[in-house]
Design a protein around this ligand. Structure first.
Ligand code: MN
Ligand code: MN
Length: 322
């Protein structure tokens, strides 16, 4: 593994204790120049797309805090993302908590310079609607595939009358806008009571591979990984992780919990199984700290971001020919 000591690094925690300082993602320096970066970690503190229990607007701040526990090297893959690529905390997007149309435009605009500079975003929501403006910025030129972990398909059409933009609709909109290739999309962990009998029909009719939680446990982690790799193939692929895909035992701090989900360890194994794909971005969304005063859901969110960061850094490093 190449040593790149000139890359931005978290301070050595054997010298500077991890509880010290102003909390940034993974204790990284705060760098706002996209040209200086390979991976930009971005907070999107906005949950005005939520249809029920709000709170994910507080996700980035708490995930930053708990991410101070993260060290440098992945204990299974041995990847040190901070040596492989140039990472920073890129800050939070601007938001308008009472105007969704304006905020969708503000988020997209925030990501445009990253996309233009070729920096890869790793984002922390916010509710799941934030993935739509991120995709508008990074998938303008060609649709991406997606490995999507969630209890919900998020491919509903409209709600509360004819409102098209809420956290249950981003991936239907992304397909309609040509940002997401449904045939290269897999949704893992789907479950929960439905409002209608045809809840997931858009996912299935558009060609997405929908892995309900029952099939997840029938197949097992390794075969689900193999299926995800088959579906997305070798094209550009985005990872979107809604923490409500996890069982609420592991992630109670979320707005729409559904019992009977996968475990944190199963999630970690699945993310590790995406190593080697052509990964172009990722996010962890729907961490809602007000529902989990212990902070554990934020720790889960931070650790899943580290898992995604490791496979992203590996993919970027290989694209750069390292
Ligand atoms: Mn979701
Ligand atoms: Mn969900």
């Amino acid at each position: 593994m190449p040593k790149n000591s000139d890359h931005p690094q978290p301070p050595d925690h054997t010298v500077t204790p991890r509880y010290m300082g102003i909390p940034s993602f993974m204790r990284l320096p705060f760098i706002e120049d996209p040209a200086a970066l390979d991976v930009a970690m971005v907070g999107v503190p906005w949950d005005s797309g939520v249809t029920n229990r709000a709170g994910a607007r507080h996700g980035p701040r708490e995930v930053r805090n708990m991410s101070s526990l993260i060290r440098r090297v992945h204990h299974v893959s041995n990847i040190n993302p901070f040596e492989l690529v140039r990472c920073s905390d890129f800050g939070d997007t601007p938001v308008n908590p009472i105007n969704n149309d304006k905020t969708l435009a503000m988020i997209e605009e925030f990501y445009q310079p990253l996309a233009q500079a070729g920096a890869t975003p790793l984002s922390c929501g916010g509710d799941h609607l934030v993935t739509l403006p991120i995709m508008r910025a990074i998938a303008r030129d060609r649709p991406v595939g997606m490995v999507h972990f969630d209890a919900h398909t998020d491919t509903a059409d409209v709600g509360f009358g004819d409102e098209k933009y809420h956290h249950g609709t981003p991936f239907r909109r992304a397909v309609e806008e040509g940002l997401l290739d449904p045939k290269r999309t897999i949704q893992i962990g789907i479950r929960g009571s439905r409002s209608t009998g045809d809840y997931s029909s858009f996912s299935e009719e558009s060609g997405m591979r929908v892995v309900y939680i029952e099939e997840f446990y029938e197949l097992g982690v390794d075969r689900v990984i193999a299926e995800a790799r088959r579906v997305v193939g070798d094209g550009p692929t985005y990872i979107s992780f809604d923490v409500d895909g996890l069982d609420p035992v592991y992630a109670p701090g979320t707005g729409t919990p559904e019992i009977g989900g996968f475990t944190t360890h199963e999630a970690q194994r699945m993310l590790r199984g995406l190593e080697g794909l052509d990964l172009v971005g990722g996010d962890v969304v729907e961490v809602a700290p007000p529902f989990d005063q212990t902070g554990n859901t934020a720790l889960v969110g931070a650790t899943l971001m580290f898992e995604i960061l490791c496979v992203l850094a590996d993919a970027i490093s290989k694209r750069k020919g390292n």
